[in-house]
Design a protein around this ligand. Structure first.
Ligand code: FES
Length: 247
């Protein structure tokens, strides 16, 4: 018995080492959280706010009390991205300068929120949601079709610069899964054919109608409403008579 035990243990260990392990598809994080200087993205990359955006940003800063300009950080980053399509580190430095905050505050913001593109992501940035509800409704097939139709791998930019494809986590539209997002527009309930049509329409320079691509209205059941179908009660319904103010 004493002799058998060690060999049995070795067998169990070897079995554990070589057993088949089933996992779901493995995705690397789509963005590196640290900045690495590149030829196109470094502290000397030229960036200045356009004249219109200087006015826009100063109007937004006026909304906050003196000393609290940092509250305009999200708006400032959004303005940068809408101006040039992405946010290089030199633009982050500019934002820090305009808002009089440490650069680190801007870096923290930029590495936390995934809506900011820290590198050029094509004319159209196609984001495919791969969180559980979308996955259960075929997001992996949708991602594959997106890659095939855009001729672009996840994390890359197509050779013609038209499309950048990214995977993202829940976009808050799970009830209409699977979901893809192109810049600001949500395309929901998409199937392979819808993805193909959306990409081809974008390629022709037109914006396809956003929202559910199925026949349903917003997130209602496809067969129509099943609740809240009666007329809503008027204001004051159910109030105690003593609470009505005298006319
Ligand atoms: S899981 Fe895809 S939108 Fe929520």
């Amino acid at each position: 018995m004493i002799m058998i035990l060690p060999s049995l243990l070795i067998k169990v260990k070897i079995h554990k080492l070589f057993r088949n392990i089933s996992t779901s598809k493995y995705f690397f994080s789509e963005e590196l959280n640290v900045h690495r200087d590149t030829k196109d993205n470094n502290a000397d990359t030229p960036f200045e706010f356009s004249e219109a955006n200087v006015k826009r940003l100063s109007a937004i800063i006026q909304n906050y009390p003196e000393g609290f300009q940092r509250s305009a950080l999200s708006a400032a980053m959004d303005i940068v991205q809408r101006q040039i399509g992405w946010v290089p580190i030199s633009a982050m430095h500019k934002v820090a300068e305009v808002l009089s905050i440490p650069r680190m505050r801007v870096y923290e913001w930029a590495t936390f929120y995934s809506m900011i593109k820290r590198r050029y992501r094509g004319k159209y940035n196609v984001k495919v949601c791969v969180t559980t509800p979308c996955m259960l409704r075929g997001a992996d097939t949708i991602l594959q079709v997106v890659e095939e139709t855009t001729l672009c791998c996840t994390g890359g930019v197509s050779a013609d610069g038209m499309f950048g494809v990214d995977i993202v986590q829940c976009q808050g539209a799970c009830v209409n899964a699977p979901v893809i997002v192109v810049d600001d527009d949500y395309y929901e309930d998409v199937n392979e054919c819808d993805v193909h049509n959306i990409i081809q329409t974008l390629r022709c320079g037109r914006i396809p109608p956003w929202g559910p691509q199925s026949d349903r209205f917003t997130s209602e059941p496809i067969t129509g409403k099943t609740t809240l179908i009666e007329e809503p009660p008027p204001p004051g319904f159910g109030l105690q008579p003593s609470l009505f103010s005298p006319v």
